[in-house]
Design a binder for this molecule. Structure first.
Ligand SMILES: *[C@@H]1O[C@H](CO)[C@@H](O)[C@H](O)[C@H]1NC(C)=O
Ligand SMILES: *[C@@H]1O[C@H](CO)[C@@H](O)[C@H](O)[C@H]1NC(C)=O
Length: 433
């Protein structure tokens, strides 16, 4: 008797608690979707960030950019399309009083029209992705209006890795600079901005090796993940038993349809669920592109040798004003790894998701993620010195040097040990297209 009363009490209590969670009016929806995080959710603004170093002027800018938001690839796209039907189950279960989603979230879900382009233009840069790249270019131009005006042939390099979503990202960025500029053609052959695509050992032993994803699979068996899965199932209140693949598909729909506007598809998840799903992305990136495998920090050195060379030339008076490369999250993660950035004392594993971890793909491997370095010349005549400032997603990157400003010596010391080591690749693999 006592137990029944208690049970009833708990149920009512739970019901009223869970129905409190409405996604549409939550003050700050959780927008950290690992590598599918919208750029605007994490970016700074280079116009506000530019270090106004006294008595200095810019000499050269070097940047490495991830492509902007793109549509899903063929396999994930197909799974997402299949999972769209779950929306009907969710609405039906709500009508039967079995779902704890709130009325407005259901209404928004019901009214939501999926943009077919997202599925039809497989792997293409989305319009939002293109606009984000244009906006970065134009903010950079505003931050350095004189320096980036009247750029002459030979004073700049813009090149993307092979693939039309990278090439279009490059074009978007360049058009934001509002100058008439040439873009170098992308190559399917070895390129310093995507060396892993032709690196046999990396492709075979890391990228295409299931062991790389072992922690990800293990995490999907932890009680933390299973609890999230159970929460999602109960929250939706549907008879259809969701598999891990179904949850991945729903999560993908949520994050691909999220932008500056919230997507009602994300109402299927609580913030806690989203944090659990985000961690799966962090584990993947950690082992495939980051500290989880030692080859990653070797490959990340390759574009950094270009940065050093580029600034050495600029310092000697023979450099370019701006060098910008457009590539994949893989490259940019590898570069962070070579720079010892976002390195946790304890490796990321399935066993423990630390909320304080430094390795957060949602912060640094987002769509349009970028690392820029600016070489400044300070002082006059025989009192000249050079300083380098790094920016991550348009915010000063503090950890590299004191207060984010590196002396030339610090900069050189950091990069001079880096090399282009392709022997480690053992054999050349045919790049995927
Ligand atoms: C759910 O996932 C399974 C595989 O795990 C798949 O066969 C099924 O089609 C998915 N259901 C929906 C509605 O997408
Ligand atoms: C709703 O829940 C009740 C009680 O668990 C169950 O009997 C019924 O089949 C459910 N209806 C639907 C549509 O899921």
């Amino acid at each position: 008797m006592k137990l029944t009363v208690l049970t009833v009490f708990i149920c009512i209590y739970l019901k009223s608690v869970s129905s409190l969670f409405c996604y549409w009016n939550t003050g700050c929806p959780y927008k950290y979707f690992s590598s599918k995080t919208p750029y605007n959710a994490v970016r700074g603004d280079i116009r506000d960030s530019v270090a106004k170093l006294k008595g200095c002027e810019p000499v050269s800018i070097w940047g490495l950019f991830r492509h902007g938001k793109r549509n899903p690839g063929i396999d994930f796209g197909k799974s997402m399309r299949d999972a769209l039907i779950i929306k009907d189950y969710v609405i039906a279960s709500y009508m039967n009083g079995n779902s704890s989603l709130c009325a407005q979230d259901i209404q928004n879900l019901r009214n939501y029209v999926i943009d077919d382009e997202m599925f039809n233009k497989v792997h293409q840069l989305s319009d939002e992705g293109y606009q984000d790249m244009v906006a970065i270019g134009s903010r950079l131009k505003e931050a350095y209006p004189k320096f980036l005006s009247n750029l002459e042939k030979g004073s700049y390099t813009f090149r993307s890795a092979f693939g039309n979503w990278m090439e279009k990202s490059c074009k978007g960025f360049v058009s934001g600079l509002q100058e008439i500029l040439d873009v170098e053609p992308a190559t399917t052959d070895f390129d310093i901005i995507a060396p892993y695509t032709t690196c046999g050992k990396y492709q075979r032993d890391i990228k295409k090796n299931l062991d790389t994803y072992a922690e990800t699979f293990k995490y999907q068996e932890t009680s933390e993940f299973l609890a999230a899965k159970d929460r999602i199932q109960r929250r939706l209140g549907i008879d259809y038993i969701l598999t891990n693949d179904n949850i991945t598909s729903l999560y993908d729909i949520c994050r691909y349809t999220s932008s500056d506007k919230m997507s009602p598809w994300c109402a299927m998840f609580t913030t806690e669920d989203l944090k659990v799903l985000e961690y799966i992305g962090d584990l993947r990136h950690y082992y495939r592109n980051g500290y989880g495998n030692s080859i990653n920090q070797v490959l990340g050195q390759i574009p950094l040798t270009d940065l050093l060379k580029s600034f050495q030339l600029a310092k000697a008076g023979n450099g370019k004003k701006i060098v910008s490369y457009f590539t994949h999250a893989t490259m940019i993660d590898m570069v962070y790894t070579s720079l010892n950035l976002f390195k946790d004392d304890i490796p990321l594993t399935a066993a423990h998701r630390s909320p304080e971890r430094k390795w957060r793909s949602s912060k640094f491997s987002v769509f349009s993620a970028n690392l820029m370095a600016v070489l400044n010349r300070c002082g006059h005549d025989d009192m000249t010195e050079y300083k380098v400032v790094f920016y991550l997603n348009e915010e000063p990157l503090i950890p590299l040097c004191k207060e984010g400003v590196c002396t030339w010596e610090e900069f050189e010391d950091m990069l001079k040990t880096m090399s282009v080591n392709t022997d480690i690749c053992e054999f050349k693999s045919v790049p995927y297209i």
